[in-house]
Design a protein. Structure first.
Length: 297
């Protein structure tokens, strides 16, 4: 696995930890203010650290940042409202459908072909996520549809980021998109008359942690790392998010998975391994068979 993909895996780990923070923060502020404060604080932190690079940002960087900020705002809004009418487990599974939307969109809009090992790996990942999160009987709620929309928007975000990373400074892009997303959130909060700040220390703590770890680091590191891998690989790495979310839920909140959940986590991990090493395993197997079939001297 490339260094850039290890960075993306770390980003996924942070997002897995963010579910508990997001749940706490949603209890302290409304959806618009959550997005505005989360991304706004993240922007201020990122801008303070990367100010010399931001001064060199081009108009093209601002255009990409405005578009990506709008996507981040829409994703955050879909997830926040979606969680109101669906379970966290269902939301986690549906949002993780990004793993299949990314290669599908890549095929249609970028003309990319999927390698066989990546196709198999995605299949394992989807099956594993389903085992981890879905319950019987199945039902569709409005929140489920919103989370599916969030997954589609997230896949679009991954593709736009891949395109932008080829032509602009990714660090500046990562920071500026946070500013745009935060501005959109604050603007909608003001227009709807819901611009209220958290009223508890717990709410502020969750919001600040979410802004710094789950937003500032993740959304600056992702564009920088994504330059060196394909969108389909990014989507597959992100499929580890519900696995990490389950681990943090157990460690921090004492939540246990059902037996099928552990089986699902194993399938997701297997899918990642197949994507990474599948071609090598096949090549080694063919080589081994070839040596066996060679006649003895």
């Amino acid at each position: 696995m490339k260094k850039s993909e290890w960075v993306l895996l770390t980003v996924t780990l942070c997002w897995g930890a963010s579910y508990l923070l997001l749940k706490t923060a949603l209890g302290a502020v409304n959806e618009f203010m959550l997005i505005g404060l989360r991304f706004g604080i993240a922007f201020l932190v990122g801008a303070a650290v990367m100010f010399p690079r931001l001064k060199k940002a081009t108009r093209q960087t601002f255009r990409f940042a405005a578009a990506q900020g709008a996507l981040l705002f829409a994703i955050g809004l879909a997830v926040s409202y979606g969680l109101k009418t669906t379970s966290t487990a269902n939301a986690s599974f549906l949002i993780s459908l990004t793993v299949i939307f990314v290669p599908i969109l890549s095929v249609f809009f970028l003309g990319q072909r999927m390698k066989p090992e990546l196709t198999v790996g995605i299949g394992f990942a989807i099956a594993g996520i389903g085992l981890m999160t879905l319950k019987i009987p199945l039902s569709v709620q409005p929140g489920d549809l919103l989370c599916m929309l969030a997954a589609l928007l997230n896949a679009t975000y991954v593709l736009v980021t891949s395109r932008a990373a080829k032509s602009v400074d990714t660090i500046s892009l990562g920071v500026l998109q946070l500013g745009f997303a935060g501005a959109y959130g604050i603007a909608f909060a003001l227009m709807t008359g819901k611009a209220a700040l958290p009223g508890s220390g717990e709410g502020w703590a969750a919001l600040i942690a979410l802004a710094i770890v789950g937003t500032a680091f993740c959304y600056v590191a992702q564009p920088a790392a994504q330059r060196f891998t394909t969108p389909a690989r990014v989507g597959l790495i992100f499929s580890m998010e519900p696995v990490f979310a389950a681990v943090f839920a157990f460690v921090l909140a004492g939540e246990l998975l059902r037996p099928q959940g552990y089986a699902g986590a194993a399938l997701v991990f297997t899918g990642v391994l197949i994507s990474e090493y599948g071609s090598r395993w096949v090549a080694a197997l063919r080589k081994k068979r070839g040596l066996r079939t060679e006649p003895l001297p």
